[in-house]
Structure formats: C-alpha cells, structure tokens
Design a protein around this ligand. Structure first.
Ligand SMILES: *Cc1c(COP(=O)(O)O)cnc(C)c1O
Length: 383
C-alpha cells in the first residue's frame, strides 16, 4: 500500500489521515476485463475525468495502459498534459471543448482534440500547419444532448470541411447520450439513429470510417448495438452502476472503500442535543463515537439525519448535522474503541454501504459522490 499524498518532511506512514479512500487496483483491473469481455472486439476508452472519478488520475491511467486500453478519455487539457508528463503514452482524447490558445498545447503533448465546429477545425488545421505537426482530432456530433458538437442535421458541412484539412487526421467521430441510464431507451435509440445517419457520409464518399464511438456505462449495459468501434466506460469501470433499474449485465465490484477510524468515544446524556443547530437529541443516554470526516472531505452535509456507517459489522446512524470535519455516530449500548475502523462506503466483507446509498441520502447521483471526495482525503492503493 502507498498513499498518493506526500508531505515534504513527514513520511507517508506517519502522516496518513485516519480518513482515506482505499482503491483496490485488482478490482479495477477485473472490472476493466469484465467490460472488455462484454463488448468483445470493441475498442475501449476508459474515462478518467475528474481525477479518475476520484480514484486518482495517474494511477488509474497507468493501470489502464498496462491492461491494454486503446484510448484514455479525460475532460480537460490539464488532465491530458499531466498524464503525458507521468509517462502515459497511449492515445488520450480530451472530451471537452477547446478555447483560446489551448491548441498548441494539445499538439505539443500529442493529445487528441475534440473538434466541435468548422471554425475550430480550421483553427486546429492552421496551427498544426504552423507547427509542422499533424493534429489528431475526433469530431463531436450533437445528437440530442445540446451541449458541445455540431448538430446532427448540420454535421455534413463539418465532415466536408475535414476533407480540405491538410494538417490533421480525423481519427474518430463521436456523440454522447443524454438519457441512457434509464430503462426507457427511446431517446437513446433516436440519438443512435441520428448518429448513424451522419456516418453515412463516409459510405457515400467511399471513405473509411474513423473510429466511431457513442456508448457510455448505461448503454454498454443495455444497448450492445451502440458499441460501434469503441466504448467509453466511466462509472461502471469503478464498479458502480449508473442506476439500479437498468440490467446489470456486466458484473463489476466497487473499486474503492471510503474508511476512517474512531477518534473519540463518549456517552451523550438524555436530552443533550448533538451538533450544530442542536438538531438531534435522545430521550435516553447513548454511547457515541466521533469520526474525522465531514463535508470538507466531500461527505455531503445534505446526508445529515440520513447517513449510516459500518462499525464492527453493524450499521449505525450518523446523528446531528454533518460538520466540516467531523461526524458523530450513535452506537446506542454497543462498544467501540479509538482506532476501530469505520466504513463510510464500501464493504467489510459481509456488510456493505454502497455509493448509490450515499447518493440517495445526499439527493444526488453516484457520480457526484465519487468526484466530490476532496484531495484532503489520501488515496491508498492496494495492488
Ligand atoms: C463522462 C463521459 C463518459 C462516461 O460516462 P459514464 O456514464 O460514467 O460511463 C463517456 N463519454 C463522455 C463524453 C463523457 O463525458
């Protein structure tokens, strides 16, 4: 095990916070293999944006490279540059839009650019020419999310414009689903149809298809016809399902466990309220533990009065308001000692608290639970 957080003078072993995110690289690798098996010959572009969904951008990227991933997808330029600086040398697509003077940095670091308009395409071509480099681009087609990309109904002009570019290679073409995490797939099917229509351009001109990709976790699970040439799994790779209702056709396991330790034990007397705002009290004496985690770590304050934790194989409720750095847990008549392990999400072998449960308590989606875990929480890797 080692931690990703370094302090200049204190060793990792000494400094490690009781609160940490443990990432099991073996589970992550197995999840990758399960998805790969499911999509068979389709290429894989694991999505590592937002610090690898909280799991640590560089470590996850190194693992994906080792496992033979064809591509890595990130959201912003800086994530791509960091990976290049850390020696990751497989193709990297930056999925987000580009602006201003970012293009030379893409070219310098051999990062693949999302070209989402004719204007941007020409800008890329011109700058690549000046730098005497060949830019790699993936064209972004908007089939219904209304975010970035040319609309499917005016995409032909963009595709035509690429034929005149001399300093770039259109290596891929992609779109993104707006509603593929539900059972109801009408709009997703419509988006796929729109995308396929755009792709007819290549057949019409007897051109080879670039790498065609549109599918993410939800559609990987339930729409094999959307696999095309490459899939872009994000959440599923980390072992979390985008929703409960859709078929779990790929068996994945949560790759991370959010843990802490008991740092305080006390008895709270009857009718003595707990925490800011005095929002909770008991009519009898209760035993309680304090755990050093709070909304400053990404343990959402909106989970107050709903959240539970695992301690010694049992679930206990968090009481009072979640504060910035600490929570209080009611263990009623049970015992606990300083240093006992507390699981915020994850499994202790038999019992489990899922990321999905935290999302319910917080009124959000699992994606936000994972990406919200602050950098203050050290990442510890199990290999
Ligand atoms: C985030 C993202 C994905 C991955 O989505 P999941 O639902 O996490 O699988 C795929 N493609 C694009 C363009 C994305 O932004």
């Amino acid at each position: 095990m080692n931690s990703s957080i370094n302090h200049p003078t204190i060793s990792t072993e000494e400094i490690i916070r009781p609160t940490r995110l443990e990432i099991d690289l073996n589970i992550l690798a197995e999840n990758y293999r399960q998805i790969k098996k499911h999509v068979a010959n389709t290429k894989m572009m694991p999505i590592l944006k937002a610090n690898g969904y909280g799991h640590g951008l560089v470590r996850v990227a190194q693992l994906m490279q080792k496992l033979g991933a064809d591509y890595i997808g990130v959201a912003v330029l800086e994530e791509g540059i960091l990976l290049r600086e850390q020696g990751v040398n497989i193709p990297i697509l930056v999925l987000g839009g580009i602006w201003g003077n970012q293009i030379p940095h893409f070219l310098k670091h051999d990062l693949t650019i999302t070209a989402s308009s004719i204007e941007k395409l020409n800008q890329i071509d011109e700058l690549a020419g000046q730098m005497k480099l060949k830019a790699k681009v993936h064209l972004k087609i908007d089939t219904g999310l209304e975010r970035i990309g040319v609309h499917y109904y005016s995409a032909e002009k963009l595709l035509e414009a690429t034929l005149k570019c001399r300093n770039l290679e259109v290596e891929g073409i992609f779109s993104h689903f707006a509603n593929s995490d539900n059972l109801e797939l009408n709009f997703t099917r419509l988006q796929l149809e729109r995308f396929m229509e755009v792709l007819q351009f290549y057949e019409k001109h007897s051109l080879q298809f670039p790498i065609r990709h549109i599918s993410k976790s939800g559609s990987i699970l339930q729409m094999p016809e959307a696999n095309l040439d490459m899939v872009r799994p994000g959440l599923l790779l980390y072992g979390v399902y985008p929703s409960q209702e859709i078929p779990h056709t790929v068996k994945v396991k949560p790759a991370s466990t959010w843990k802490s330790l008991v740092v305080y034990f006390k008895v709270i007397k009857a009718n003595h309220p707990v925490g800011y705002g005095l929002t909770w009290q008991s009519d009898h004496d209760v035993r309680s533990i304090t755990v050093p985690v709070g909304y400053g770590d990404g343990y959402f304050r909106s989970m107050s009065h709903k959240a539970e934790v695992l301690l010694n194989g049992k679930r206990y409720p968090v009481i009072g308001r979640i504060s910035m750095d600490q929570i209080v847990v009611n263990i009623e008549k049970d015992s606990a000692y300083n240093g006992d392990e507390v699981i915020l999400f994850g499994s202790d072998g038999e019992n489990i608290i899922t990321v999905e449960e935290l999302a319910d308590w917080a009124g959000t989606i699992p994606y936000e639970i994972l990406t919200n875990i602050n950098t203050r929480v050290p990442r510890v890797y199990i290999e």
